[in-house]
Every structure is written in C-alpha cells, then in structure tokens.
Design a protein around this ligand. Structure first.
Ligand SMILES: NC(=O)c1ccc[n+]([C@@H]2O[C@H](COP(=O)([O-])OP(=O)(O)OC[C@H]3O[C@@H](n4cnc5c(N)ncnc54)[C@H](OP(=O)(O)O)[C@@H]3O)[C@@H](O)[C@H]2O)c1
Length: 276
C-alpha cells in the first residue's frame, strides 16, 4: 500500500499530504467511494456541510473498518452558519451527522467579507477546539487580509487555508501569504476541470514518465509542498491519483507548469462570494 507523506501543521498535528474530496458526490455513493479510497490507502476525507453528504461520509468511515484515529476527517462551516452561536451549533450538527466525536479539521468555508462574521465564527472554532470537538482549525478561501484579521483579533493562526490551486490558477499571492504566516496551504479543484490535461508542459512529462495528466498535475502539487484533495468516484482514478510517489518532476518541468498560469479561476472569487 502506498504510504502517503504527512505534513506537520502549526498546531503540532499532522495531516496527510494527499486525500480525497467528496464535493458533488451523491450521499448514497459516498460510502462506496470512502471504502474504495481507504482500501487503497487514503486516510484524509475532505467533506463539508454544504456537500449534503456528511451522513454518507460517516457511513463510509464506519464501513472502512479503519480506526478512527488513523483517519483524518475534515468538514466546513457553511456561509449561512457564520457567527459564534450558529457556528458552534453547525459544528455539533456536523459531528452528529458524520457520527464522530471530533473532527480532525474544521474550516470556515468562505470568508463572506460582506457579512463580516468570520472573526466571530473563528472564535467559535477556537472554543470548539478547546472543548475537544475539533483537533485542528483553519479557514478556506481566505485572502491575506482575511487571514490577518482573524490572527490580529484572536492571536490564533489558522492551521490550514484551503484555496483553489490548479495549473491555470496557481494562486501565488495567497500561497505566499499562507507560507509567511505558517499556515498550511491545501489545494481544492487541483485538477482544474481538466483544462490543462493536453497542454504541452503536461504532455511532455506524461511522455517521459508514462504517467497520466492527472498524475503529473497531482505530482506538481505534491512538489509545491502543499496538501491536495482530488475527488473521484471511480476506483481506477482513485488508484491512479495515489500512484504519484514513484516519480518526480524536474525543476524545468515544474517551471514549465508554472508558466501555464492564466489567472483563470474554476470557482468563485472569495472577496465576492456570499451565497447562502
Ligand atoms: N473549500 C472550497 O471552497 C472547495 C471548493 C471546491 C472543492 N473543494 C474540495 O476540493 C475537492 C476537489 O475539488 P473538485 O472536486 O472541485 O475537483 P478535482 O478534484 O480537481 O476534479 C474532480 C474531477 O476530476 C475527475 N478525475 C479525478 N481523478 C481523475 C483521474 N485520475 N483521471 C481522470 N479524471 C479524474 C473526476 O471524475 P471521476 O469521478 O470520473 O474520476 C472529477 O470529474 C472537492 O471534492 C472538495 O472536497 C473545496
């Protein structure tokens, strides 16, 4: 079984560098996906209340037969649940739906700057961690100024900032801001909707290594040093996504992929996204 490297976060806990995401997977299909993924060796499952499949995630965890303390379970507080009291209740509800006593990581899903509740929400995560409901706490889609506001208000630095990163949208400014603050970057939509699967920079590495475009892109993420959570419902794709630790991209290949940056997001702009 492939051993997935772990990364030590700023709070001392470790997180697998590679995991699976379960956005847009039907609740009924999630237990099977989690079982396939854990059989292959994945241990990190990235969920969220808004994905509507937390109960399926819990079912998959139980069916996997993997000890709870060997898994890394993430969920996120949705926009409509921001504010201290609502966020505390949202965390309890996620724990209850998943059927676990604690989450390894809880994130504020989006900052929602207009709503301006993310500092209160962050305080709720800090207290839920103190109460043992959460091991690590972090944020998602936070720009540098959002990070600074929560840090300045509470003195608590998020362990993780989960942001969009793929070859067409490499998010260098936020990655650098995370690094400067000792916040681990985690990449969402890491495959970038396949936009770069046929680009020359990727294709040349595929030809040299015999690996597929998704594997080359995931390897690029690994070599950038962040955590990454590709989604797949297919066991053969899950296996492929795990099989990225027996080859390496050269500096020139990393640079060629860096040059694919196009500033094209797959998802929304965090400064403007306020959807409930
Ligand atoms: N925090 C946030 O705001 C946020 C936003 C978006 C996503 N996320 C998280 O990040 C996770 C990953 O992002 P994502 O789901 O948007 O996209 P993704 O992981 O970049 O791509 C998923 C797509 O790639 C395909 N795929 C995966 N492995 C493949 C392979 N080896 N070969 C060919 N196709 C492959 C999947 O299809 P098949 O199922 O057919 O393999 C699926 O259509 C999410 O599931 C979620 O947990 C977080």
């Amino acid at each position: 079984m492939t051993a997935i490297p772990t990364i030590r976060m700023n709070d001392g806990h470790s997180i697998p560098q590679l995991g699976i995401g379960i956005w847009q997977i039907d609740e009924a299909a999630v237990p099977g996906v989690v079982a396939s993924a854990t059989d292959l060796g994945f241990r990190l499952i990235d969920g969220a209340f808004i994905y509507g499949n937390e109960a399926g995630m819990g079912e998959g965890i139980r069916q996997s037969g993997i000890a709870r303390d060997e898994l890394f379970v993430t969920s996120k507080v949705w926009n409509s649940e921001q504010g201290y009291d609502k966020a505390r209740k949202a965390i309890e509800a996620s724990l209850s739906r998943i059927g676990v006593d604690y989450l390894d990581l809880a994130l504020i899903h989006w900052p929602c700057p207009e709503k301006n509740l993310y500092i209160e929400t962050w305080k709720a995560l800090i207290d839920a961690r103190a109460d043992g409901q959460l091991r690590s706490i972090g944020v998602s889609n936070f720009n540098p100024d959002h990070l600074d506001r929560v840090i300045d208000a509470t003195g608590v630095v998020p362990a993780v900032n989960q942001i969009e990163i793929n070859p067409s949208f490499q998010n260098p400014a936020v990655r650098l801001a995370n690094e400067k603050r000792n916040v681990l970057t985690q990449a969402w939509t890491p495959l970038g909707n396949g936009k770069n699967f046929n680009s020359e920079a990727i294709r040349l590495v595929c030809e040299r290594t015999g690996k597929s475009a998704p594997q080359v892109i995931l390897r690029w993420h690994i070599q950038l040093g962040h955590s990454v959570i590709p989604r797949s419902t297919r066991p053969e794709h899950l296996a492929m996504n795990l099989d990225i630790f027996d080859f390496a991209l050269s500096d020139a290949e990393m640079a060629a992929i860096a040059a694919l940056e196009a500033g094209e997001r797959c998802g929304p702009d965090p400064q403007a996204f306020e959807v409930e």
